[in-house]
Design a protein around this ligand. Sequence first.
Ligand SMILES: [Zn+2]
Length: 348
Amino acid sequence: MKNLFKRALRLMTGKSQQHQFIGSNTSLPSSGNNRQSWFEMDRLHLPEVLIKPNGTTHRAVLRVTETSPNYRFELEQFDPPLPPQAPQLNEEQYVTFRCNICDGINTDIARNLVTDREANSCIHCGSSLRLRSVIQALTSEIYGESLTLPTAPVRKSIRGAGMSDWEGYAKPLAKLFAYQNTFYHQKPRLDILNVPESEFGQYDFLISSDVMEHVPSDVDKAFTNMANMLKPGGFLVLTVPYKPDGEHEEFYPDLHEYRFITTGGKTFLYNRTKNGTEQVYDNLVFHGGDGFTLFMRMFSESSLTRMLEASGFDGGIKIYHENDPAHGVIWPISWCLTIVARKADKAG
Ligand SMILES: [Zn+2]
């Protein structure tokens, strides 16, 4: 019955989940009356329809045009009519997509949720736009087309590693590839500023999603290490917050010997630079809680591209501007997107 109401509602207002029938939660009789709505011949009468954004109630009469396999209606009366200045309620406010991480179908999800970089917009696995865009880029690079992880062919010859990857895709990635997630604080450990040479030239792909804005200086060294870890022709899937233009901003350019001091409920960063100068920073911005997720820098698109090229990614930098709406990748902005940085496919 819920579906019946949904369909009727769509007819009246355009598709929207924000509207509801007052008193229509009770089951609709197949014929006869109830207090809130009733069928009479082939008409469905709805005495009180609430349009939430407007706060108005209306009387509606729908004519049944089909009963099998589904109910179909034609709107016959809608009193009073919606005011002309009412917000345009259309299909564009809602998005239906198949999550490329869990393969779950998400029906009629609010567009502003799906286009929020960090919102948990997959109702099944909780993936966000950023996480799905990482998988869009990864599968496009490996398979030549954007696939969902549960349906992608297994390729155990492909070796990959993640840097504190989200567990939601680390697990399916480990099923598909010779993939291992790594961490700074726990095993299997990887300190991207101190990578052992035995790790060089080992990987077909690396994933670094919203990590590099937190790595202490020198971030160039981290990028160089990642390029070194890749095989020729290998690639890095990278996300970091970056702005569309302007200069790179390094918030703590001279970090050397430093520690966090919390006093009076406020955390300060105390630093002694290489030449012995003492610095104290306040107004620190942390992501996710502890001291190692301090927001260290703001990249710009040009600075990031330059840094990657200078760090050994000589096989091309690709910014994934293309939306992939079928997989819930819809960007509301043209920056801060997922980047693939490749190492040239040649020795030396
Ligand atoms: Zn999902």
